[in-house]
Design a protein around this ligand. Structure first.
Ligand SMILES: [Fe+2]
Length: 393
């Protein structure tokens, strides 16, 4: 199977992976032959990418980092928790002070604390930590996000990336569970901000942008007194947009560019050690996800952007470990050959080479004239001269 933009789907394409809604319903099953109607449904639901398969790519399988069952359970639970804090339609406010007033009334916090779903966040956190175990390399592709369930999917993807990254830094299981809880809930503050601000294709005014920059603080204020969440998880929500140079938001905390961050450096004015990890994974997941104002970046483009941010904005050590565990060209993604004998050919990544995540094995499917060819397998470790770039077809 391979990943393809919904815009490029044609009738008779075969779906390589089932499309499952956040309620756990299978919208379209694996193996379904797509027709105009199905393609229209995928558009309507806001999907940007799907996996399709054909005879030449049948043997390429994309493994999920956690089971579909756990994924669906996590998404459902994040949605249930976020629904608790979702303002009624006529109760949307655009002013920070009014939002704080609302939180201070205490109703939202009480509803959260009384909800069985907030307890499930803890058990799901354990399940994610257990199922990632001592994973060495992640699949690394973001979930197939849709515009309207973006936040829940993003929270789950950031959790998977962060737990995997932190487990490489020898954090205890207890710490990893705290980290997972914080990540699953890290964007809860967005929910209290008028949703329309996030879906505007236009440039936001500085007041609107300032309010969006308050979402980590709003999230923290909602979570901090809910005993099932705990202080570490609520601070992860508070600090996930901070930067090494102190130019992040909302408080301008600084980082240490070290991983793990020594406890003695976890002091006033600095980003909390576990949050340093989330500041990196949050940027990656945002880059590889589509937004209303831009398409998704491919993982190799995301790494290129993050490399320039490392040291100043992103914790350089955390980024180094991160780039050693996420393939720049994940299995099932499409690449373009930039030079050599196969210049301008297009292929699909069929195998990751564990010893060098930037040099996968590629199955060439199209020649330079964009004509389909008999598949040709190229191991980039054995062909060191060939350069590739990720493309979205
Ligand atoms: Fe955020």
């Amino acid at each position: 199977m391979y990943l393809i933009s919904v815009k490029s789907l044609k009738p008779n394409d075969i779906l390589g992976k089932a499309i499952v809604s956040e309620k756990g319903q299978v919208l379209l099953n694996k193996g379904v032959k797509l027709d105009e109607h199905y393609i229209h449904i995928l558009y309507k639901y806001g999907y940007q990418f799907v996996y399709i398969e054909d005879d030449d790519t049948k043997d390429i399988t994309v493994e999920d980092d956690i089971s579909d069952q756990l994924k669906t359970k996590a998404i459902k639970t994040i949605k249930k928790v976020f629904d608790i804090v979702t303002p009624a339609k006529d109760d949307n406010v655009d002013d920070f002070k009014q939002i704080i007033k609302k939180i201070e009334k205490g109703e939202i916090k009480k509803k959260l604390a009384d909800s069985p779903f907030i307890k499930s966040i803890e058990s799901i956190s354990y399940d994610i930590v257990n199922s990632l175990g001592d994973v060495k390399v992640l699949n690394g592709m973001a979930s197939l996000k849709r515009q309207d369930n973006f936040t829940y999917q993003h929270c789950l993807d950031v959790t998977i990336l962060s737990v995997a990254l932190a487990s490489k830094s020898l954090y205890t299981k207890k710490r990893l569970v705290e980290l997972a809880k914080g990540c699953l809930l890290h964007d809860i503050g967005r929910i209290l901000i008028n949703k329309s601000l996030y879906t505007q294709p236009r440039k936001l005014s500085s007041t609107e942008f300032d309010l969006i920059k308050k979402h980590p603080q709003i999230g923290y204020l909602v979570l901090k007194d809910v005993s099932q969440v705990g202080i570490i998880a609520s601070h992860i929500a508070y600090q996930h947009h901070e930067q090494q140079d102190g130019l992040g938001y909302p408080r301008g905390l600084k980082g240490n560019n070290l991983l793990p961050v020594p406890d003695k450096l976890a002091e006033e004015g600095y980003i909390m050690p576990l949050a340093e990890i989330v500041c990196v994974t949050n940027v990656y997941d945002a880059l590889v996800s589509p937004r209303v104002y831009r398409s998704a970046y491919t993982p190799d483009q995301a790494f290129f952007i993050m490399k320039r941010m490392a040291g100043k904005q992103l914790n350089i050590e955390a980024f180094r470990v991160f780039s050693d565990m996420i393939p720049a060209y994940p299995i099932g993604t499409t690449v373009y050959i930039l030079n050599g004998r196969y210049k301008n050919f297009i292929g699909v990544v069929s195998k990751i080479n564990q010893e060098n995540l930037t040099r996968p094995t590629v199955r060439l499917l199209y020649n330079a004239s964009k004509r389909r060819i008999s598949p040709l397998e190229i191991d980039l470790i054995k062909n060191p001269i060939l350069n590739i770039t990720g493309v979205i077809i």
